[in-house]
Design a protein around this ligand. Structure first.
Ligand SMILES: Cc1ncc(COP(=O)(O)O)c(C=O)c1O
Length: 392
């Protein structure tokens, strides 16, 4: 049976991340899992905090009547309230429970938002290097993606973004702390971006996709986009900060003074239903309603960053030090990032070429893995760099 042309075409360009995952599985079968150092996926090893497990046990042992039923398509009121309150405590603007929409991870939230915002041909501006799934999420809803590059050290280049913004722009999506670079955008650059957008496309929404907001190092503070502009939404999830990626808990926060706020919320709630998410898993919504204070061990991610970053720089890799998330995005020692990633595979190391993130010449390391993998991979990174340098 023929499948849709659009899907067939998208699958041929499908994410490098998946492709590396498959190559990794093959390599593990061939070499044995102990000799493969897989840093290709952002599938964190950190287990959820004890508070989350305890709440799950409590609910299972002492169930609330009706807790597995359908609920409001916007999400459980207690969960929305708790999420809004945590953001207000950390930031300033309180979106209130009615300004929160829950769905199946940040992935579903982005789809719900795009479904609500985009007509065929509407444009979404994203910033390269980017999370590759943005391309598919926008296309799912008829959107056309425009790509603006960051500066060489992966910070926002507002002029480059401005060149991509036009009459058809409905949203500009940024991601901070960033996947794949781990960089954090400061408040001044968010402000400059918001000012540009207010001037050039006042109806467009500024969207901050920030599932890594609470995975932040060295005492940095993540500025809150909602404090910077009213035309803003935040998208996030508990996949990374509470280690619940498989439980599919994401949320959208809409600024209380966003233009046409209620229409946007209504459209998202409707889309949440008609796209079939309806909305996030019920039991886990109850769990996160009382565990917003909890996070995975962020200091351990910082330790893993340091275990890798210093030695990589010493081995000659150029790589800005990330302020958060759990990725490094070094420059490959040769221009062809795909060839270099294949060279790393010869050493049992799996990473993803920068080409998959719209930024050739680099590669992404996902260090949310066991220390054994980091240590094994370092030997591979050193050996591969020496080999390609000796050959040039
Ligand atoms: C930048 C970014 N946005 C969205 C997502 C989707 O996350 P979720 O598991 O919450 O759907 C990811 C997952 O890796 C991500 O890195």
């Amino acid at each position: 049976m023929p499948i849709a042309k659009q899907v067939a075409e998208a699958m041929t360009r499908a994410s490098w991340i998946r492709r590396m995952f498959e190559e990794g599985a093959e390599l593990k079968a061939k070499l044995g899992p102990d000799r493969v150092f897989d840093m290709s996926l952002g599938n964190p090893i950190a287990e959820p905090p004890e508070a989350v497990r305890a709440e799950l046990r409590r609910l299972v042992n002492d169930p609330v009547p009706g807790m597995h039923r359908y609920m409001s398509n916007q999400g459980l009121a207690e969960a929305r309230e708790a999420i809004a309150a945590r953001h207000a405590r950390a930031g300033g603007v309180d979106v209130g429970a009615d300004g929160v929409v829950l769905s199946c991870g940040a992935a579903a939230c982005l789809n719900v938002l795009f479904h609500a915002l985009l007509d065929p041909g509407s444009e979404v501006v994203i910033v390269a290097p980017f999370f590759p799934e943005y391309l598919f999420y926008a296309a799912n809803h008829g959107g056309v993606v425009k790509i603006a590059k960051t500066t060489d050290d992966f910070l926002l280049d507002v002029d480059a973004i401005e060149r991509e913004v036009g009459e058809a722009t409905r949203a500009v999506v940024i991601c901070s702390p960033n996947n794949p670079t781990g960089r954090l955008y400061d408040e001044a650059s968010l402000k400059a971006l918001a000012d540009m957008l207010a001037r050039k496309a006042p109806d467009a929404l500024l969207v901050s996709d920030e599932p890594y907001r609470r995975i932040i190092f060295d005492g940095h503070r993540v500025p809150n986009l909602l404090d910077v502009t009213t035309q803003s939404v935040i998208i996030s999830s508990h996949s990374k900060d509470i280690g619940l990626a498989g439980e599919r808990l994401g949320f959208v926060l809409v600024h209380p003074e966003a233009r046409d706020r209620q229409a946007l919320l209504d459209a998202m709630v409707f889309s949440n239903r008609t796209l079939g998410f309806v909305n996030a898993p019920a039991l886990m919504q109850r769990v996160i309603a009382t565990t917003q204070h909890a996070t995975v061990d962020v200091a351990d991610y910082q330790r893993k960053r340091d275990l890798l970053h210093g030695p990589l720089v010493e081995a000659g890799y150029a790589c800005p030090k990330p302020e958060g998330a759990f990725y490094l995005f070094p420059r490959a020692p040769i221009d062809d990032d795909v060839a270099f990633v294949r060279k790393l595979i010869e050493h049992g190391v799996l990473v993803v070429p920068g080409s998959g993130f719209g930024w050739p010449g680099h590669f992404r390391i996902s260090y949310c893995v066991e220390d054994r993998v980091l240590e094994g991979a370092l030997a591979g990174f050193r050996a591969a760099a020496e080999q390609v340098r000796a050959a040039t």
